[in-house]
Design a protein around this ligand. Structure first.
Ligand code: SAM
Length: 244
């Protein structure tokens, strides 16, 4: 996948190259990230990219011409153009999965009071938010999006790091995880995890995923994607209490 990030701070996006799994995805060629400086497209002799808002008011607005030129310069026949925006659809795992299928993403990171609305209306396919709060700029949201997509690229995660068992992938939160020592500050790891009985461990994990979701995010249970998974969990619960 090719990703262009249109930004006023390309050096921030470039930091991804040395960051954990995303860096690995870039090194392996699974994802190719190019930070494009919107300022390079300004034809203003002072390289200005912002101006005062029409109608008055505080702050500055990003001008449309450099953004338009940057988008058109990066655009290919199969590009999906995304503006990171607090007004967008909130990113979730299903949306990440959809975007991971694309060949080419153009991510536009805004700044100041945002961008001229004519760009949003005419040249943007999706507005995506990473949550209902306002950040200074779209670089961190773009990096969040790139990180979440990179994990889904074939060959990026090792088999030990598989994303299929993680929170949100199948509509539940993940079961609790433990590592050594067996006893920490007097608190023991659940006995079943030390039993070596893999069918019991699997059952415990399924039930614990359900319990964790029920306790932390009960809203997710209403949205469970696969009705089958709900039935499997009920089955595991019944087995655990000896009713099946
Ligand atoms: N004036 C805008 C508004 O009220 O909708 C907010 C502009 S914000 C200070 C500057 C830039 O940060 C935006 O153009 C956008 O690219 C980015 N941004 C801020 N919060 C975001 C969020 N929750 N999700 C995605 N992008 C965000």
């Amino acid at each position: 996948m090719k990703v262009h990030v249109l930004t006023l701070f390309p050096e921030v996006i470039d930091m991804l190259r040395s960051y954990s799994i995303v860096g690995r995805a870039i090194d392996s060629g699974a994802i190719d990230i190019e930070a494009v400086n919107i300022r390079d497209y300004s034809v203003d002799k002072h390289k200005r990219v912002d101006d005062y808002p029409f109608g008055g008011g505080k702050g500055m607005v990003m001008k449309p011409e450099p953004i338009y030129s940057a988008i058109e310069d990066c655009r290919s026949s199969n590009s999906r153009v995304i503006y990171l925006s607090p007004q967008g659809k909130i990113l979730d795992q299903a949306f990440v999965g959809e975007l991971a299928e694309e060949d080419h993403l153009i991510l536009l990171a805004g700044h100041y009071e945002g961008i001229d609305n004519r760009i949003i209306e005419n040249y943007i396919d999706d507005e995506i938010s990473i949550g209902d709060y306002v950040l200074t700029g779209g670089e961190l949201p773009a990096m969040v999006l790139i990180d979440s997509i990179s994990r889904l690229m074939p060959g990026v995660l090792s088999s030990e790091e598989s994303y299929e068992i993680e929170s949100h992938y199948e509509g539940l939160l993940e079961y609790p995880q433990y590592t050594r020592p067996r006893v920490f500050n007097g608190k023991k790891v659940p006995d079943v995890l030390l039993s070596g009985d893999h069918s019991k461990i699997n059952m415990w994990r399924q039930v614990s995923a359900l319990r964790t979701t029920l306790m932390k995010r009960p809203d997710m249970l209403k949205e469970l994607k696969k009705p089958g998974s709900q039935l499997d969990l009920m089955d595991s619960l019944l087995k655990l209490i000896g009713k099946r």
